[in-house]
Design a protein around this ligand. Structure first.
Ligand SMILES: Cc1cc2nc3c(=O)[nH]c(=O)nc-3n(C[C@H](O)[C@H](O)[C@H](O)COP(=O)(O)OP(=O)(O)OC[C@H]3O[C@@H](n4cnc5c(N)ncnc54)[C@H](O)[C@@H]3O)c2cc1C
Length: 578
């Protein structure tokens, strides 16, 4: 065994689900259908194979299906979530919700999940930090709320049903990837099923097999890893008495021997209470129903009636690969990086990884973009992964500080925050995930003061007939092509140039006007309050080049060669740097 493989084995880390209790969750089961290759004996070549049907792989599959791209998804299991485990993810960010709206499952998530925006942090009996996300920045302008809490497996289940509805992607359950090789020509995957093994060829492979990714081991992908001794125990419970629908966290909870506690409401009226355990505690003991009930009684009082839905201990690590593409293989979700759960970055960034790559692969496969565009997946999502690892590691260090300077800093921060508002920002119980900016992508054209690499929120505007629309409607209309939003009136020559651009390249353009300005083109909308303009980070007469993933490729003022070269760059057609 070589050293890379050994390193992976050592880092491999179950979530400690062996000591679970509670009635658990009922997960859907999907049938195993013998794939055609088993009977035909022929090795079929597919443009795209997705390995892993967790939240990341399914988002990728759904995004491709929406764009009409054929793919095969294999998953070793026959359900969503993790069998016998609790829901891992619970909090979904505005950016993910915006993506899910485009994919057609947002309404179901909103109907099932719980919206929240207020978070409070306590040390003992004192509130030392609080926020209301609706009051922060422009969170309130999107059609989607700042956060929805819902068990991860519900989202995965909605994605499965949506993929089945859209077609194009074949879902193969109980198909385990057991072997892989790649060469100049294609990748070959060996897949094991209950009815025998088969081989399948692929031009592109998506590795969404999660934190124990076999592909990472076979490809010997270099990565950085960090693992501490912090231990937690999840208790998913129903109560006779309701805490407020807010995110409550205790850095020092008197009812948990002054260790941290998290409290959140999810769908089905189930509360997730996360208790930080002593590092040397025995997971089997802390997860016993009697121990859990004792902790809950200390927190909620002895007479609170509690139904235990699920209990399980967990530990976490952080990992980040050095590159998210290895030949024909694109790593995404937990197979590319693993972060601690503080701040809800794991699943949410997997969703963003998928949304980033799906439109690029679709554009390349349809001949609308150059294959070099795929390089920008690594530029952008590796930067995001590194940012997320950095933010969550800082939180992890705050919540389980090392003895010495780290612990002293934390004590000082808590002491100061009790007395002075300025010190509240030093309290770090998990900065909630936001859409990551891309600051050095080969597909973006940067200019001083420009918005390239920033996410555009799903804000509202008025259609020409006065009805309400939002950014996602325009992206839907562009069906995988780029969108040029031109703010204000334009010269006749510029209009001519725009028409030509839309004719020659995969671009659609829309004029954005104030309440009364006369429209110059049929495709126009009105932005009476300037929300669309604000979301595109531009002022006055300007244009914004919006990509299908709702990110800005470039912004500028006049419709000239700058816009043309920005379009070319965002399709991988220019290798030069702006
Ligand atoms: C306690 C806890 C709380 C969390 N809270 C949040 C939160 O609030 N918000 C958030 O965004 N994230 C959260 N996370 C993180 C989130 O759960 C993960 O980041 C997310 O599940 C990663 O999704 P994935 O699809 O990349 O991988 P996974 O969910 O691990 O999916 C991998 C899939 O690949 C399949 N597979 C594996 N090997 C093979 C193979 N050889 N062949 C075929 N298929 C294979 C598996 O069956 C599985 O379906 C939390 C995690 C934990 C542990």
């Amino acid at each position: 065994m070589n050293s890379t493989t050994l390193a992976y084995r050592e880092a491999a880390h179950t979530n400690g689900y062996q000591y679970t209790s509670g009635t658990g969750y009922e997960l859907p089961e999907y049938p195993f259908v013998p794939p055609p290759e088993l009977h035909s004996g022929t090795t079929v070549r597919h443009p795209l194979v997705i390995a892993g049907g967790g939240i990341t792989g399914l988002t990728m599959a759904c995004a491709l299906a929406r764009l009409g791209v054929r793919a095969v998804l294999i998953d070793e299991d026959n359900t969503v979530g993790v069998k016998g485990a609790s829901s891992r993810g619970i909090c979904y960010t505005q950016k993910s919700l915006e993506i899910f709206e485009r994919l057609g499952i947002y309404e179901r998530i909103a109907a099932k999940g719980v919206q929240w925006s207020v978070g409070r942090t306590f040390a003992g009996a004192d509130e030392v930090y609080s926020f209301d996300l609706r009051q922060q920045g422009s969170f309130h302008l999107s059609r989607q709320p700042p956060f929805i809490n819902i068990q991860q497996f519900y989202i995965e289940g909605f994605l499965v049903e949506r993929i089945q509805e859209l077609g194009h992607v074949e879902l193969r359950w109980k198909n385990r990837l057991v072997g892989f090789e790649q060469n100049e020509d294609c990748a070959t995957l060996t897949v094991e099923t209950p009815a025998g093994s088969y081989r399948i060829e692929a031009e592109h492979v998506i590795d969404a097999t999660g934190s124990h990714s076999p592909l990472r081991q076979w490809l010997q992908v270099p990565f950085d890893s960090r693992r501490g001794d912090d231990r937690w125990c999840i208790a998913d419970v129903r109560f006779s008495r309701h805490p407020p629908v807010e995110r409550h966290t205790w850095i020092e909870a008197p009812f948990n021997e002054n260790r941290a506690v998290w409290q959140h409401l999810m769908a089905d009226d189930v509360w997730r209470i996360d208790y930080q355990m002593a590092p040397d505690s025995d997971p089997e003991v802390v997860s016993r129903e009697s121990a859990v009930r004792e902790r809950l009684a200390r927190q909620f009082g002895p007479d609170a009636a509690v139904e235990i839905v699920w209990v399980g201990p967990y530990a976490y690590r952080s990992e980040c690969v050095h590159a998210m593409r290895h030949g024909r293989v694109f790593l995404m979700g937990d197979s590319a990086k693993v972060v601690s759960p503080f701040g809800a970055r794991g699943g949410n960034t997997g969703v963003a990884d998928a949304d980033n790559l799906a439109w690029k692969l679709a554009a390349v496969l349809r001949g609308k973009a150059d294959a070099s565009l795929l390089t920008s997946y690594n530029d952008e999502r590796l930067e995001a992964a590194q940012q997320n690892v950095c933010v969550t590691n800082r939180t992890a260090r705050f919540l389980r500080p090392a003895d010495g300077a780290e612990r002293l800093f934390r004590q000082a921060a808590i002491g100061l925050a009790r007395q002075f508002p300025f010190a509240r920002s030093l309290i770090n119980t998990g900065r909630m995930a936001v859409a990551n900016p891309y600051s050095h992508s080969s597909a973006c054209t940067y200019a001083p003061g420009g918005g390239a690499g920033l996410s555009v929120q799903n804000v509202r505007f008025a259609w020409a007939d006065g009805g309400h629309g939002c950014v996602n409607d325009l992206l839907d209309w562009a069906v995988g092509d780029l969108l040029v939003l031109v703010f204000g009136d334009v010269s006749a020559a510029a209009l001519q140039r725009l028409r030509r651009l839309c004719f020659d390249s995969p671009v659609r353009s829309v004029q954005v006007l104030g309440p009364d300005a006369p429209a110059q083109v049929l495709e126009h909308v009105r932005d009476p309050q300037g929300h669309l303009q604000g979301a595109c980070h531009v002022f006055g007469h300007a244009w914004a080049l919006v990509r299908p993933d709702g990110y800005l490729a470039a912004t500028g003022e006049s419709v000239d060669s700058h816009l043309v070269s920005a379009i070319e760059r965002s399709l991988g057609l220019r290798g030069d740097t702006p």
